[in-house]
Ligand binder design. Structure first.
Ligand code: SF4
Ligand code: SF4
Length: 213
């Protein structure tokens, strides 16, 4: 178990004890938009509007019902929240105007903080890769991001994926949309110290929220 997992499992044990038998209250206190969950009237419009339809393990409607039913483990360990594509269909149509998309992402982030998010979940893996890449210099280095994505499953798998996409890569280079020299540095934000300070501040605010919630 690594340090992050240890921190996550300790945090999970702490909040689980604090909100024992009241998962709705836990979500309201710790998840962005969580205070809206009790407003859901289970009409099913979001479930019917979601383009993922039957591919969900649990639709937003079901997730909100499970939260109110206290199904903590099932919700936090589900990969449903990670499947949301942020198309906003549900938000536009919800008769109660719940910020469904934000709540789904909020629960995903919360489950990740507690170390309960499903492992090897492709959307989660990509989010983490993207975040590390973007926050390093303040600009996304697409070449490094792609390489990180391709080689995440090992060298052989990476080479196979890269080879399979060689024509696309060559086309992008010819069109001036991909610069192979980005591998040795690439674009950076001018005020990298400013970006780092901003992210540190955001982290401080998040941590403070967690301590006082
Ligand atoms: S559309 Fe809104 S009120 Fe209806 S089930 Fe979905 S979240 Fe609940
Ligand atoms: S925003 Fe997410 S939950 Fe809402 S309809 Fe789109 S994919 Fe489904």
């Amino acid at each position: 178990m690594n340090a992050l997992q240890t921190t996550g499992s300790q945090a999970n044990a702490d909040v689980s004890a604090r909100y024992r038998n009241n998962f709705l209250q836990e979500i309201e206190a710790n998840v962005e938009g969580g205070e809206w969950v009790r407003m859901c009237m289970q009409c099913g419009v979001c479930a019917g509007s979601c383009p993922l339809g039957d591919h969900w393990e649990h639709t937003p409607q079901k997730i909100f019902m499970m939260i109110r039913a206290g199904k903590r483990e099932e919700v936090l360990k589900s990969d449903a929240m990670w499947m949301c594509t942020s198309c906003y269909n549900c938000i536009v149509r919800c008769p109660r105007k719940l910020p469904i998309t934000h709540i789904m992402h909020g629960i995903a982030a919360y489950s990740s903080r507690l170390g309960l998010a499903p492992k090897m979940q492709p959307t989660r893996d990509f989010s983490q890769l993207f975040w590390k890449n973007a926050t390093r210099t303040g600009r996304v280095n697409e070449l490094k991001l792609t390489i990180g994505l391709y080689f995440g499953d090992g060298v052989v798998a990476g080479i196979k994926k890269g080879w399979g996409m060689r024509n696309v890569a060559l086309g992008l280079i010819k069109a001036g949309r991909l610069n192979p020299f980005e591998l040795f540095g690439g674009h950076k934000c001018k005020d990298q110290k400013g970006i780092a300070a901003m992210l540190r501040k955001a982290r401080e605010i998040e941590d403070r929220k967690q301590v006082t919630s």
